[in-house]
Design a protein around this ligand. Structure first.
Ligand code: 26W
Length: 826
């Protein structure tokens, strides 16, 4: 046991990080934690005991980090996010403590396979896609960089649904991720926060000062669950605090005794519904009341927690901006702005201007989308009913803001209407992105192109009014999980080439550039890719009974299913190749063998997205079983794409599909993960693809498609998808094959809605980009045939993608927005 003194007195002793030390602790956890003997322990017992043993190695670091930050009175980041897509925790904890080998050997000495226990862990799917995963990468980076940060969010009882396929169609199953235990969380019911809802407001005289009080209707308890966010081998552990809703009055005995058993627990179920399940939409808000309840619930808990529990109790809140920056992860937590104003004005009894001056310095807003329909608006009817005091405060913020604008632009009523936080039409509603922009000290997009479009197209009036408020921070991904952990073979090769430091300083990958011209290194690089393909094949066989053909180019498209991401265009490519073979234009024996791998969940209510999933699986079933192809083309679509599957799929990929319509994908982060794992990208000039292409070089990137300005012009000129269908015979044949029922048992009606939409609306110009895409894919085939050339490009992609580390993103946020330097050891 290694002793560690924390806050002077209490001694926290971490177990010895030796095989013996670990085995001793593990057996203790098995018997005293799980209450079973080694002989009778289930795999789940073993996994839970292992998790609890490993977390002990992090405990001292956690307590010390908190102590260190308290002493340093350091400024922290409070990352407010409704989603965290964390992925499995065990391996990341082993990497952070550098215990993998010790644990592997220790378990083996007890006849236990570490991999078996790894596979026992259920990943916490507390997010939908890009936004949630980015939050997880960011908190990992801040811990590794020793920057004080608390991630605040919601502990959903049910995360993103489990996807299954029935006859190729998506069917959702509830994600009961807590069922087998949650060894990585630390509940703190003693630190519960009461959150109010509903009711009305009333003004009262407070010694001559008119004040307002909120007379609420009902309330819930917010119980915090802490999760460790371990830094990579730096002795630091930050905190992720997720809130779970509990009824203030769990059970009404009187009602129960009167025999109304259901009524007796009605309040409980109602309250606990708030953190029951994650909303599975990732770009079309449904405007549901429960969603706003969720947003206010975790925000109110978080602000109360930080102001009353994290800050020293005598802390003068006028200095709040010196101690905290609340980063708003999209508009989902922006209700935090009126909540802080309510606390300062109604509870701390500050006057308005005093409170507003502080509030404006405490928030910053990151926008993650370009789709107008993804920008959240809440009707004043709903806001007023659920949060009457907050609506009043939002009205006052808007009034003060519009008065300021009017002073600078007298008589420009159109401008006032355009910039008002309150939209009058179609119904009076609160524009949350506008509230975030007015209150935020900084507003940023997540890629250079996105931030430009945010300024010029989404919030032009605001960027004209506050040019310095707008900035860009291009997304990034953590190299710990998405290279070091998920691609150990490549990591070894990188370390051999540039030394160990790259894991926390990814720009060191540049040292590999010259090796692109090294024949021997290229062979090793190819061996790594082949190994990863083997590993994927083994996994897909075991997980889904999918056989992955060998010696084929692995062409991968994994991301949420959305029309703007254009999975349909990928299907048109596959059908075009199929058509070429059937017409004898391509010889299956000599053509480039390809495996098309898909991974994608569709929001349950998004019917066109579900049609597209059905089409992919039906095309796959037809092509995979067509003997005329001789296995030259194969479609695989493992269900339930998630972080864990990504960790094995991405390192095996040759080609990364990033084919969204230019101007629609804010950034993308999968694109970065593929480049860092030696896949080449075929993509449009959209989101972060632009920066990937600029860094890896045009020769090492397959660019195609309309540029954003051309898209705008084509749409403005009136886009007619039918014309492209008529004028491109290959396209016509591909669409007709789908329409004719070739992939649906001859029943053309199955995909008629999709085909109809494509030929008449095609909102995301798939037909307009078809020819350019197909030509680019032909370039890909030619490039792939040049094995050495392809490997060279792949190595250069890795070597030149260090910029896409989320550590670099954090430095940008720190320099441009947060000003929260790392707390380095005294
Ligand atoms: C239902 C409401 C809603 C609306 C938008 C839920 C979730 C969203 C997210 C903003 C959607 C999202 O995940 N956006 C993605 O964010 C990534 C991280 O910045 C970007 O890389 C992706 O381009 C963007 O689509």
């Amino acid at each position: 046991m290694t002793d560690k003194r924390v806050n002077g007195s209490a001694v926290v002793t971490s177990p010895q990080n030796t095989v013996e030390g670990f085995v001793k602790e593990f057996l203790r956890e098995l018997s005293f934690g799980q209450g079973v003997t080694l002989e009778r322990a289930s795999v789940n017992d073993q996994y839970l005991a292992l998790a609890r043993t490993v977390r002990q190695y992090l405990m001292a670091r956690w307590l010390e980090t908190l102590q260190r930050q308290r002493e340093a009175q350091a400024k922290s980041v409070a990352y407010l996010s409704a989603e965290y897509l964390l992925g499995r925790q065990l391996d990341n904890a082993l990497l952070a403590t550098d215990l993998t080998e010790v644990v592997e050997e220790g378990l083996a000495s007890l006849g236990i396979e570490l991999q078996t226990l790894r596979d026992q862990e259920t990943e916490p799917g507390l997010g939908n896609g890009g936004l949630g995963r980015l939050a997880a990468c960011f908190v990992d980076s801040l811990a590794t960089m020793s920057v004080p940060c608390i991630g605040y969010g919601i502990r959903y009882d049910y995360g993103i649904f489990r996807q299954t396929f029935v006859d190729g169609w998506q069917v959702e199953q509830p994600d009961n991720w807590l069922a087998l235990g949650a060894p990585w969380e630390f509940p703190h019911p003693e630190a519960a926060v009461t959150v109010h809802f509903g009711g009305r407001t009333e003004t009262y005289d407070d010694e001559g000062v008119e004040r307002t009080r909120w007379v609420h209707d009902w309330d819930v308890l917010g119980v915090p669950f802490n999760y460790m966010v371990p830094g990579y081998q730096n002795g630091r552990v930050n905190t992720l605090r997720l809130w779970s809703a509990k009824a203030t009055q769990a059970f009404d005995l009187q009602i129960f005794n009167s025999g109304e058993y259901v009524d007796a627990v009605r309040a409980q179920t109602f309250a606990e519904n708030i953190s029951k399940v994650l909303y599975p939409e990732d770009s079309t808000p449904q405007g549901k009341e429960l969603r706003l309840q969720q947003q206010y619930f975790f925000v109110a808990c978080s602000i109360k927690d930080f102001v009353d529990y994290v800050l020293p109790e005598d802390f003068d809140l006028h200095r709040l901006p010196e101690r905290i920056i609340f980063q708003l992860n999209d508009t989902h937590p922006v209700i935090a702005v009126p909540e802080l104003m309510r606390v300062l004005v109604d509870e701390k009894k500050w006057d308005w201007d005093e409170a507003w001056a502080v509030t404006q310095q405490c928030f910053a807003y990151t926008c993650h989308t370009l789709l107008p329909e993804a920008l959240e608006v809440w009707s004043v009817e709903l806001m007023g009913r659920l949060l009457p005091r907050h609506l009043e405060i939002i009205y006052r913020i808007n009034e003060e803001f519009l008065a300021e604008v009017a002073a600078k632009h007298p008589g420009d009523d159109a401008l006032l209407e355009r910039m008002s936080i309150i939209a009058e039409r179609p119904e009076r509603s609160v524009r949350m992105a506008y509230l975030a922009t007015v209150a935020g000290s900084k507003v940023n997009g997540v890629a250079a192109l996105h931030s430009d479009l945010l300024r010029d197209k989404v919030l032009p009036d605001f960027s004209a009014y506050w040019p310095d408020k707008f900035t860009n921070v291009t997304n990034g991904v953590t190299p710990r999980r998405f290279v070091r952990l998920s691609n150990p073979a490549l990591s070894e090769l990188i370390t051999e080439a540039v030394g160990v430091g790259w894991v926390t300083d990814l720009e060191r990958l540049r040292g590999m550039e010259p090796l692109a011209d090294d024949q021997e290194f290229r062979e090793k690089f190819r061996a790594v890719k082949a190994h990863n393909k083997e590993r994927l094949s083994t996994l897909l066989q075991a997980r889904d009974g999918i056989t992955l053909p060998a010696d084929a180019m692995l062409d991968v498209m994994v991301k949420r299913l959305h029309e703007y991401k254009r999975q349909t265009l990928k299907v048109l490519h596959i059908v075009t190749l199929y058509d070429r073979v059937l017409r004898g234009e391509l010889d299956p024996a000599t053509m480039q063998k390809r495996v098309f791998a898909f991974g994608a969940k569709a929001a349950p209510g998004y019917h066109m997205a579900k049609q597209i999933i059905g089409l992919i699986n039906h095309v796959g079933a037809t092509i995979n079983d067509d003997p005329r192809l001789g296995g030259a083309l194969t479609v695989v679509f493992p269900p339930n794409y998630n972080v864990t599957l990504a960790e094995t799929l991405i390192p095996a990929a040759d080609l990364s599909e990033q084919i969204s319509l230019a101007g629609k994908e804010a950034s993308g982060t999968g694109n970065m993960k593929f480049a860092l794992n030696g896949a080449l990208t075929i993509g449009t000039d959209d989101g972060a693809n632009v920066e990937i292409r600029e860094l890896v070089g045009d020769d090492n990137f397959f660019l195609f498609g309309l540029l954003e300005p051309q898209v705008a012009d084509l749409v403005a000129a009136g886009y007619q998808p039918g014309r492209y269908y008529e004028e491109d015979p290959a396209l016509k044949r591909a669409v007709d094959l789908i329409a004719s029922g070739t992939f649906s048992g001859g029943d053309g009606s199955v995909f008629a809605p999709l085909v109809q939409n494509l030929l008449t609306e095609d909102r995301f110009l798939a037909l307009a980009d078809y020819r350019s895409y197909i030509d680019a894919q032909d370039r890909v085939d030619a490039a792939y045939a040049d094995v050495e050339g392809w490997t060279r490009s792949a190595i250069l992609n890795v070597a030149r993608s260090g910029f896409f580390s989320s550590d670099r993103s954090m430095w940008d946020y720190i320099d441009r927005i947060w000003h929260t330097p790392p707390v380095v050891s005294r």
